[in-house]
Each structure stands twice: as structure tokens, then as C-alpha cells.
Design a protein around this ligand. Structure first.
Ligand code: DGY
Length: 323
């Protein structure tokens, strides 16, 4: 029997691409340039499986491609807000993602952003590189401690829980959280995590607010000007979820006016285009969507997509089936 035809929209790790090439009839994206909507439609017309990433907008329009050959979208990433799930379902396409394998690395980036913004790491690096450092002094570039400060989590799924563990066990941070789907009380107890009954309650109390909710239409601008105004002037906002969960214009105003102390951001509305307002702010640490960007994790993500494809083409339900 002929091997299923599979197309990748971006380059993957060497090991994951090699495994894929052994198992399937694969078309790699040698140039690593993102696909246009037309190119995505061609992929849906000519391949049994299309393997997109967060940079591919798989809209209803793209999914209207005719005649449709693709039966599965094996997404390289845990978030799937770039895929119109309803349209995919209507076209009978299975969608899978890559949970678990990127949980720790994404939680690590949230911790790194907390430390970087509170201890002014980005600012300090800019001073050293510009040759402006005049030497040590007692009042030079004072930041604030993160140890012992209250961490407020919005969203408490896999990544939120991992951040809670690192913050609580590593930095003695009391943890509060809001989620519509609270985990078992025993899990919360182990992490010393206290549920709040609203996002507002978390925002009012936390010294660091870290976002771990999915990107979706419902969560667009979940953190808006009104909600930012509830945060303490000494508090920091960390976003490793999706850019549009925060109203970026409102955040820039809050940072400019020092209504909050700072922000650590791995994701942006309209990325990779960054609102130029962010670039002028010393109290913002800006990182180019690096949450899962380690050699180990990106390799594991590729392998997880492949496991899902193997199951699918064997007629089994893939472990990470979204729809
Ligand atoms: C994810 O896995 O969702 C990351 O944001 C990269 O796509």
C-alpha cells in the first residue's frame, strides 16, 4: 500500500524529520518560509496529512479547498486557536496537537520572564552592551524580589500547574488562581494554591499575574484596561499564553503610566509585528514566542505529531485528538 502523503509547513528537528521520512511520503519545507493561504489550500488538496504550526492561519476559507484530500491536521504545538475547528469538523478533518511535552519549558519561560522583569535583566543587559555601565553602587538598578511574593494565575491547566509548582516549591511564592475548571482540592493543597472566585480577585491580590488560559475568541482582550486598572501599581503581568488575551494598547498605556510595575511578554497581538509602543518601555521584557523553544522540547513536539499520525493512519484514535 502507498504511504500516506504528508506535508510540513515549517522545518522541524533533524531527528523528527528523519523519522517522518522513514514512515511517510513526506514533503519538507526546505525554505522554512511560512505558507501563504493559497499554498495551505494546495496542501489540503494534495496531501493526506498537513502538519501546521501556530503561524499558519487555517481559516474556514482555507479549509474550503476543493477537492479536499487532507484527512488530518497534525498541529505542531499545543495551542490550536489558529485553526477553525468548526470548519475542520464540518469538512471531516481530524485535528491533533502536542500537549505535555512543552509544559515544563513554557512554565520555565514564565519563571524566566518573572525574574527578568522584576530584576531588570533586559535593562541591565542593554546598559552593559551599550558601554554605559559605570560600576557597582548600592543603589544601582534596584529591582524587587520574587521570592515570597504572591503569584496569581489566570488559567490552571497543565502549564499553570507547572508554574505553580516551580514558583511555590522553588521561590516560596503563595499561589492564587482563577479557572473555570478547578483541579482536585488535593492537587491545590500540594501546591499551596488557593482558588479565587473571579479574575478580578486574582488581579487585586497578586504581585505577579501570569496568564495560562487558551487563546480563543472568548479570551480575546480578557485582560483589558479595566482589568489592568485592578492590579497593584507594584505588580507585574506575564504573558506566555497568546498575545490577544491582553489588549496590547491598554497594556502599553498601563506600563507607560506606571499603573503596573512591568510586564514580561513572550506573545503579542499580531506577532511577529510588535506594537512599537512596547519598544520604548524599559519596564517590559519582550521575547519572540520562545515558550517551547528548546532543542529537547521541539524534538519531542515533532515526535508527538508523528505518534498521532501513526495512530490515525492505523485506524486508531490519536492520543492528542482535539476533534
Ligand atoms: C504552542 O505550542 O501552542 C506554542 O505556542 C507554539 O505554537
Amino acid at each position: 500500500m502507498a504511504k500516506p502523503k504528508v506535508i510540513l509547513t515549517r522545518r522541524w528537528s533533524e531527528a523528527a524529520e528523519a523519522r517522518l521520512l522513514e514512515l511517510f511520503d513526506v514533503s519538507l519545507n526546505e525554505s522554512d518560509k511560512p505558507f501563504s493561504p493559497g499554498h495551505l489550500q494546495d496542501a489540503l488538496r494534495n496531501y493526506d496529512a498537513v502538519l501546521p504550526t501556530v503561524t499558519d492561519a487555517i481559516t474556514a476559507e482555507v479549509l474550503s479547498a476543493e477537492p479536499l484530500r487532507a484527512k488530518i491536521l497534525g498541529n505542531f504545538g499545543v495551542g490550536f486557536n489558529h485553526i477553525d475547528l468548526q470548519a475542520a469538523k464540518a469538512r471531516g478533518i481530524t485535528v491533533t496537537n502536542t500537549p505535555d511535552v512543552l509544559t515544563d519549558c513554557t512554565a520555565d519561560i514564565a519563571m524566566a520572564l518573572m525574574l527578568a522583569v522584576a530584576r531588570r535583566i533586559g535593562e541591565g543587559e542593554r546598559i552593559v552592551r551599550a558601554g554605559h555601565w559605570k560600576g557597582w553602587r548600592p543603589n544601582q538598578m534596584l529591582g524587587v524580589k520574587i521570592t515570597g511574593k504572591t503569584l496569581g494565575l489566570i488559567g490552571f491547566g497543565r502549564i499553570g500547574l507547572a508554574v505553580a509548582k516551580k514558583a511555590h516549591c522553588g521561590f516560596d511564592m503563595p499561589v492564587i488562581f482563577y479557572t473555570p475548571h478547578p483541579p482536585l482540592p488535593a492537587i491545590c493543597e500540594k501546591l499551596g494554591a488557593i482558588p479565587c472566585d473571579s479574575i478580578e480577585a486574582v488581579l487585586r491580590e497578586a504581585d505577579f499575574v501570569s496568564l495560562h488560559c487558551p487563546g480563543s475568541k472568548a479570551n480575546r482582550h480578557l485582560i483589558n484596561a479595566e482589568r489592568l486598572a485592578l492590579m497593584k501599581p507594584s505588580a507585574f503581568l506575564i504573558n506566555t499564553a497568546r498575545g490577544d488575551v491582553v489588549d496590547n494598547e491598554a497594556l502599553i498605556q498601563a506600563l507607560k503610566n506606571q499603573a503596573i510595575a512591568g510586564a514580561g511578554l513572550d506573545v503579542f497581538e499580531g506577532e511577529p509585528n510588535i506594537n512599537p509602543g512596547f519598544l520604548e518601555l524599559e519596564n517590559a521584557v519582550l521575547v519572540p514566542h520562545l515558550g517551547s523553544a528548546t532543542v529537547e522540547t521541539r524534538n519531542a513536539m515533532g515526535m508527538r505529531v508523528i505518534d498521532n499520525l501513526i495512530a490515525f493512519f492505523n485506524g486508531e484514535v490519536p492520543r492528542d485528538k482535539v476533534i
